[in-house]
Design a protein around this ligand. Sequence first.
Ligand SMILES: Nc1ncnc2c1ncn2[C@@H]1O[C@H](COP(=O)(O)OP(=O)(O)OP(=O)(O)O)[C@@H](O)[C@H]1O
Ligand SMILES: [Mg+2]
Length: 384
Amino acid sequence: MDLPQKFGKYTLLRRLATGGMAEIFLARQQGMGGFEKEVVVKRLLPTHAQNEELVTMFLDEARIAANLTHPNIAQIFDLGRAGDDYFIAMEFVRGVDLRRLCAQGIAEDAFLPRHHAVRIVAEVCDALAYAHAKTDEEGRPMHIVHRDVSPTNVLITYEGGVKLVDFGIAKASNKANVTKAGQIKGKFGYMAPEQALGGHLDHRTDLFAVGINLYEITVGRRLFKADNEVETLEAIEQARVVPPREVDPDYPEALERIVLKALARDPDARYQSARDLQMALEEYLAGAGMRSTAGMLAEYVRSLFAEQIELEAEESARLREEAKALEDEGQGPAEAAEAPAAAPPRPRPPLRRPSPRRRPPRPWRSPRRRWRPRRRPSSIPGPR
Ligand SMILES: Nc1ncnc2c1ncn2[C@@H]1O[C@H](COP(=O)(O)OP(=O)(O)OP(=O)(O)O)[C@@H](O)[C@H]1O
Ligand SMILES: [Mg+2]
């Protein structure tokens, strides 16, 4: 696909990612009087556009999520259809997801410091506490459950902010991942036992997922990733957790208690609200005399991604010029609304990915294949 390309009232600039359900683009929205804004367009893959049930689910969930306004939640701006494509437009979060942050931390031998890890999770809890408590206009609870609190859905901005993305979209995503034979495929490592067993989900399902994230980014290894999906599911169904202090005897006892409570198999034995879990994490930080601010986290993120940030800024300036030229060609965004894919292709050089300074980032491996005790960052200042 050639980019930039018109898409409804947006101009798609660059593909950020392709998942099982949708493609994610960095896009530009133009309006009156020189108004312009960078957004992310999540476009349902054309192969799913015929599936009415899935399209309805995708749009219904996005409609619900569009009501969420919170500093730790990426805002949804728009959703609908452009030509034959269904899409969601949301806030562009300039930063990296938690998975990449951890992978780069491993590659640079400077794994995410624990005080930042705990604060990131506390902020995710803040977002969840807000969403779980959300009521409709008549004051009735909306029972919003995220369903996929995983490291690719937690974004860390270059300013040290934390944003949760993809509220409720997992529902449609799971649907998209059911093959014709009825088998589920996709990512299992962040499900709660009741989710893996196809049981009843509620807000405590998200808290188990938060527990998995907390475990992984404070212990420094994957929790439920086995050699194959069947084993992964089994481990989740039984909530088989190796206690953090068995992996790392120096792991703080107080933090271990929080992690294990969040990861209780029985929802009744977990924290009963995201707010309770958030409070426990904040009390832990205070009790341990640890402090993590947005500025400190930003400094850490920038130290790992300096080259990428620079390249993205250059790329962004270039894409803006190309998009402007395309928009000036007489096919304003409004005109293209009915036929978004008809814009002529424009050649452009591919984005040069930044090469890591020391070693290439390695994917976060299964603990069975690659067991690594958590490496303490030697170059990162701050309390441990
Ligand atoms: N609003 C956003 N701003 C910036 N980057 C984003 C945004 N949303 C997603 N991304 C990036 O795109 C990547 C892929 O997102 P996508 O949601 O398609 O896949 P995923 O999170 O791996 O899977 P899932 O479909 O289960 O959410 C994310 O990991 C993130 O790095
Ligand atoms: Mg996602």
